[in-house]
Design a binder for this molecule. Structure first.
Ligand SMILES: Cc1cc2nc3c(=O)[nH]c(=O)nc-3n(C[C@H](O)[C@H](O)[C@H](O)COP(=O)(O)OP(=O)(O)OC[C@H]3O[C@@H](n4cnc5c(N)ncnc54)[C@H](O)[C@@H]3O)c2cc1C
Length: 408
């Protein structure tokens, strides 16, 4: 049975909106619309969770490359490393989208800054010094982490236990303070449209009607929802990454703030990076190591967008991807060796991708105001990114969402 939502006195019907998904894109849209006086219904598939439990809500997809995401209120921002880089600024400007103002707004709201030296652990410092000695341009990573709250337990990607790192639930709460309704544990199963206009969404047997709908269900779900009403999708990228590490007794790198520093290369981004899976791989290779005995790096590339989201999700590795990963890995290996890791102990992990995107991109599924061919229907998440960023995309997704809302 159809159910109209939200009739609150003082809000005209024409200023209502449905937002699907509460991650980087959806939470920003919900907040910006609510602050601008719209009545917002935010529908999220996953549950509301305690932040430190976020790791329980990984919903990774093994598509060849393992694609990482979390499904819960706040989406994948709940496990982010807090990395804040502007990316795709020029590509977007080429599409007529100037995000200068929105990037500044986002950086201010998220409190973006480099970590102070006292939050750079011994392992990160050692890798930074090693990279410098090799003549590589090493830099501290800008973060949306409050240095005053950070407890340096290295568990950002499990879920911050001390609320030091920004996540999208903060924007959901801001939207709620401005009157937004938030439904969790409800998956939107279809978009409703008639005569070229969006009319609402369906969640199982329930319908919610509105003529402004924003789909922000992430790059692995948004194209499926749009595709169900015939909107064309686009190829998938994911910023494929390799993790490489080796034995460094007593370094305690597992408690460093992850990805505290990076080296930008022409075909890859190389980051200081600890993974508990490196410990398992080293033990599997016969080394007796504790969690604190491993030093590692991540090699992240702007992969070729050859993946697809259909009935199944597929993402492989092209020859060019393999070359970029190999080039980056040789640099990462050199840094690790210079930092004191015995190269004979090096291990690598299966390839993963933590930035799936591009599947409903600008120029294919949406225009440069993020509107689909259906009037009133928008997409606004990593799926609209026009090209592979090869860098952390949250800041760009937030800036794009702000930009789009100003034009809705
Ligand atoms: C371990 C890890 C660390 C990362 N670290 C960083 C970092 O430091 N910096 C950075 O910039 N990026 C980082 N990323 C990437 C970043 O988190 C994502 O790129 C970003 O969150 C994508 O935003 P989104 O809005 O597209 O999707 P998401 O944030 O994934 O949000 C999508 C939401 O939609 C919901 N949803 C899905 N389907 C439906 C449906 N049918 N109905 C209703 N709701 C639905 C999902 O449950 C989810 O909550 C990291 C990713 C991972 C996996």
């Amino acid at each position: 049975m159809a159910s109209q939502y939200l009739i609150t006195p003082g809000h005209p019907l024409s200023s209502m909106a449905i937002v699907v998904g509460s991650g980087a894109g959806g939470a920003t849209v919900a907040k910006e619309l609510a602050e601008a006086g719209h009545q917002v219904l935010l529908i999220e598939k996953g549950p509301r969770i305690a932040e430190e439990d976020a790791y329980r809500h990984y919903a990774n997809v093994d598509a060849g490359v393992k694609l990482m995401r979390t499904c819960c209120l706040g989406g994948t921002t709940m496990v982010s490393a807090g990395n804040a880089m502007r990316c795709l600024e020029e590509d977007l400007r080429g599409l007529g989208i100037d995000l200068t103002r929105e990037f500044s707004e986002a950086e201010q709201e998220l409190g973006v800054q480099e970590l102070p030296d006292e939050l750079i652990g011994e392992g990160t410092r050692r890798l930074m010094d090693a990279a410098s000695r090799l003549g590589l341009p090493v830099r501290k990573m800008p973060k949306f982490i409050d240095p005053g709250k950070c407890c340096m337990d290295g568990r950002c990607s499990f879920g911050c236990p001390v609320q030091a790192r920004w996540n999208a639930v903060r924007f959901v709460e801001a939207a709620r303070e401005h009157g937004a309704q938030v439904l969790t544990g409800r998956a939107v199963s279809a978009i409703l449209a008639r005569g070229g206009r969006v009319t609402g969404v369906r969640c199982g047997s329930k319908e919610y009607h509105d003529d402004l709908v924003v789909i922000a269900a992430g790059a692995l779900e948004t194209p499926r929802l749009l595709g169900s009403i015939g909107i064309q999708s686009a190829p998938l990228f994911c910023d494929t990454f390799a993790s490489i590490g080796g034995v460094c007794p007593g370094i305690r790198f597992h408690q460093d703030v992850p990805m505290g520093a990076y080296v930008a290369q022409s075909s890859s981004l190389i980051l200081t990076h600890y993974s508990r899976q490196l410990v398992a791989a080293l033990r599997g290779a016969g080394h007796t190591v504790a969690e604190g005995d491993v030093l590692g790096m991540m090699v992240k590339i702007a992969d070729e967008d050859t993946g697809r989201v259909g009935d199944t999700i597929e993402k492989g590795v092209t020859g060019t991807d393999a070359l970029r990963l190999a080039e980056g890995s040789s640099v990462a290996g050199a840094i690790l060796a210079e930092a004191g890791v015995d190269p004979s102990t090096f291990v690598t992990l299966p390839l993963r991708g933590s930035h799936p995107g591009g599947t409903a991109r600008i120029g294919v599924s949406v225009d440069n105001r993020l509107v689909t061919p259906f009037s009133g229907l928008y997409a606004c998440d990593a799926s609209v990114l026009p090209a592979t960023p090869g860098a952390p995309p949250i800041l760009t997704i937030i800036a794009l969402a702000k930009y789009a809302v100003k034009r809705m």
